[in-house]
Design a protein around this ligand. Structure first.
Ligand code: BGC
Length: 739
């Protein structure tokens, strides 16, 4: 058991041998213990768990973040139990531990895997100081429904963007050596389909046809598995009639058999016992049976496994092999994490919390996450030299907690630098900065403070409005049916607009919002998500032109809720809409025959386009795309095509553009989306510079799951676009040829 310094292959074998040797010594109770995770949050002090730890019937704990308590729990497990098996110590470290990065949806708006990886690295090192060795992240549920509160935790609507950023997050948490100090196990969640719950109501049902499941929702998980993610978590939701926590199709057939996953699967919080509430089982015992049979290796927080698995094995309903496989996969992770060698945490061996690198990483992530949605007459950036005064107004200008966003159990509010403070430090010496909060919170109604805000705005040279949602309005169990600005914010905007001053809106929110009723009332909009600890300085740098915005939308912004789901990779339908094939509700003659109206896939009461498309985001530079080319008109199966474009910066500003490559498979045996992102790259351009941006496209990149549910690439015509958003019209064609 000790020669672990040999080649990687030997190491691998050594882990297997060590797992096998340990398994042989374990009683059934000890095995089931490894499959049971206990809540150890406040009120569940070590003493409460001590008996179970000594008996070796607890394999993991979650929600304890005090390093002394964690070390004590490990000591009880390692030194006082018969076999001395260390604990997995889990925690939701979703977008930072103490230093908070932008919410994951904001991180996705950076389109920058490096920034995302760096953020996860900082989070892992900070969390490791508390003895945490396992995070329940990344959340990689594709979501095309901004009503869903958990879209904040997701990486957006796109398969490719989510997959690439998921891999980056896994790499950041785990590094290439799980046993290294400061590496923690990642958990890709929620497997699978959770992002498409009906009407965006959290926990509701999902119904996803298998082709869509495979072509969309499962793909990021496949990418995470290929990247070596240590664990997966099941979803709370029902998937096609079988709740994900009992869904053997995804957990056994797809995950284990097709993808060869050898990590372990944890349930969501008590989601095994919830199988009964779903109506799948009659009692906890049957729930334990369904979950373990489907391949859920560890139960989070509940007690269905600890109470019933033993009996199920005795009754021979559950085979001992099933138990052994589950336990082996958990033990493997513990060996890979090096926990048997190093169960204890010494925070002094890790970098300090919130060190300069951590804060700089948070600032860079926030900077790149901000999306400039509009900028009429180049009102932004605001020129410090031409301003004497600026009004800073709104409930989110100076709200250190709110800017952190959802899922920040351990986030340190004292680290938050608010926009208000950052603006003061940046321009306070030269410009009179006048702050009026105007609303107690984002949901407040009209009050006399509105009058004060209008008065201050009217007397200032420009107005910066900080609007949006408080963090509590998104996240788990916080879905909304109306996703416009809450409270009377739109009224505040209208009143400020009436002053005639230039108005810039900075919106902090956990989801795409419907901004239709305010978008024309402001000159510019910076959409900043919940930007985390360093949101303030990042926003100030953008407002005053120290930096240029480079974020791009990772999710479509609808005009109104009734358009949802609206996303860029939709199917064409047999009657796609176009401007000459639609009618507007206000123009209809009520006696006109039905067929005289537009006969296409549109709504009578809103344009068929979104307010802002996926991939949209403006810059202070002016970018121009020309000369789209492919290295050949035809490519054979297995071949690679180069696709390029000339990108110019016709401005005086150096800036980054996210160049996006989209493809459409024109004719296929199952219909394909009108556009799918197949590549993206952040490109820095100096003023006046032109560069040729190239992408390599392999025919495998064009694969999809067809009628027989196998991955296939089909010959024929493909359209390809390159541009600065999914609405780009710069297009050419190529063909895949051959057998
Ligand atoms: C959430 C998970 C989370 C778990 C543990 C659940 O309610 O759905 O995403 O990891 O709680 O906190």
């Amino acid at each position: 058991m000790s020669n672990s310094t040999a080649t990687p292959l030997n190491e691998q074998r050594t882990v297997q041998q060590r797992v096998a040797a340990l398994l042989e010594q374990m009683t059934l109770a000890e095995k089931i213990g490894q499959m049971s995770q206990r809540n150890a949050s406040e009120g569940y002090a070590p003493e409460y768990l001590a008996d179970g730890l000594r008996a070796g019937v607890i394999g993991s704990v979650l929600n304890v973040v005090d390093v002394d308590s964690v070390n004590e729990l490990q000591r009880l497990a390692v030194e006082e139990s018969r076999l001395g098996i260390p604990l997995m110590v889990g925690r939701d470290v979703i977008h930072g531990f103490k230093t908070i990065m932008p919410i994951p949806l904001g991180q996705a708006a950076t389109w920058n895997p490096d920034v995302v990886r760096d953020g996860a690295r900082v989070a892992a090192m900070e969390a490791a100081t508390a003895g945490i060795n396992w995070t329940f992240a990344p959340m990689i549920d594709i979501s095309r429904d901004p009503r869903w509160g958990r879209i904040a935790e997701s990486l957006g609507e796109c398969v490719l963007l989510t997959s690439e950023l998921a891999v980056a997050m896994v790499e950041g948490f785990q590094t290439d050596d799980l046993a290294a100090t400061g590496s923690i196990a990642a958990c890709a969640k929620h497997f699978a389909g959770y992002g498409t719950v009906e009407s965006g109501r959290d926990y509701a049902t999902t119904n996803i046809p298998e082709t869509k499941l495979r072509n969309v929702y499962l793909r990021p998980f496949n990418a995470a598995v290929d990247a070596g993610v240590a664990t997966l978590m099941t979803s709370f939701s029902d998937l096609n009639g079988i709740p994900a926590t009992a869904n053997d199709f995804i957990l056994r057939q797809v995950l284990r058999e097709e993808w060869g996953f050898d990590g372990f699967v944890v349930s969501d919080w008590d989601s095994i016992r919830q199988l009964q509430i779903h109506g799948l089982t009659a009692n906890d015992k049957d729930s334990a049976f369904e979950a373990v049979a489907a391949g859920v290796d560890m139960e989070m927080a509940g007690d269905a496994y600890s109470k019933h698995l033993e009996e199920l094995v005795m009754e021979e309903r559950v085979d001992m092999d099933v138990i052994d496989q589950a336990v082996a996969s958990i033990l493997r992770a513990k060996f890979q994490l090096g926990l048997f060698e190093n169960p204890y945490t010494d925070p002094a061996k890790l970098p300090a919390i919130a060190n300069e690198n951590a804060m700089q990483t948070a600032r860079q992530a926030a900077l790149e996450s901000v999306v400039m949605l509009k900028n009429d007459n180049d009102v932004l950036p605001l020129a410090i030299s031409s301003l004497e005064s600026v009004a800073v107004i709104g409930p989110l200008a100076d709200a250190p907690y709110q800017q952190l966003g959802t899922w920040i159990f351990d986030g340190d509010i004292d680290l938050s630098v608010t926009p208000m403070h950052a603006i003061h430090s940046l321009i306070g010496r030269d410009v009179d900065v006048r702050y009026v909060r105007a609303m107690e919170n984002s949901r407040s109604k009209v009050s006399p403070s509105f009058d004060e805000a209008v008065e201050v705005a009217a007397g200032s040279d420009a107005v910066i409005l900080f609007l949006g949602e408080e963090s509590i309005l998104s996240g788990e169990a916080h879905s909304r049916a109306d996703i416009s600005l809450p409270g009377d914010q739109a009224e505040l905007v209208r009143r400020i607009r009436a002053t005639g001053k230039p108005v810039v809106a900075v919106i902090l929110a956990g989801r795409p919002l419907t901004l239709t009723n305010m978008v024309d009332e402001v000159d510019a909009i910076l959409f900043a998500w919940h930007p985390g600890s360093m949101g303030g300085p990042a926003i100030a740098d953008l407002l005053f032109g120290i930096e240029s915005p480079s974020g791009k939308l990772p999710a479509t912004f609808p005009r109104m809720v009734g358009q949802i789901p609206i996303y860029y990779s939709q199917k064409n339908s047999g009657k796609p809409p176009s401007w000459d094939k639609i009618a507007h509700i206000d123009d209809i003659d009520s006696r006109a025959p039905q067929t005289s109206l537009g006969m296409s896939a549109f709504h009578l009461d809103t344009p068929f386009t979104p307010l802002f498309p996926f991939g949209h985001g403006l810059s202070y530079a002016r970018f121009d795309y020309q000369n789209l080319w492919t290295s050949a008109r035809e490519v054979k199966f297995g071949g690679t095509l180069t696709i390029g474009v000339d990108l110019s910066n016709h401005s005086e500003v150096a800036a980054v553009e996210v160049v996006q490559l989209y493809v459409r498979d024109v004719v296929a045996s199952v219909t394909r989306p009108v556009k799918e992102l197949k590549g993206f790259r952040r490109v820095q351009l100096e003023p006046g510079q032109t560069v040729c941006v190239e992408f390599e496209l392999h025919t495998d990149d064009l694969s999809f799951y067809g009628r027989d549910m196998r991955k296939t690439v089909e010959a024929g015509e493909f359209h390809v676009w390159i541009g600065g958003s999914s609405a780009t019209e710069l297009r050419t064609e190529f063909w895949i040829v051959g057998e």
